[in-house]
Design a protein around this ligand. Structure first.
Ligand SMILES: [Zn+2]
Length: 49
């Protein structure tokens, strides 16, 4: 796997999709296990398992 693919995988890993409006946003690695607020609609976006 190339370095580019690894970087893309890391970014995809950090991206989270809002269950309410479908907005995707990148979540900081430190927030990986925390719920975050959707930037678009303010709904809680739960962490991935
Ligand atoms: Zn949303």
């Amino acid at each position: 796997m190339s370095i580019f693919n690894q970087a893309a995988k890391t970014i995809l890993d950090m991206a989270r999709k809002c269950p309410k409006c479908g907005n995707e946003q990148v979540v900081a690695a430190s927030m990986k296990k925390e719920s975050v607020k959707c930037k678009a609609c303010g709904a809680e976006v739960p962490p991935k398992r």
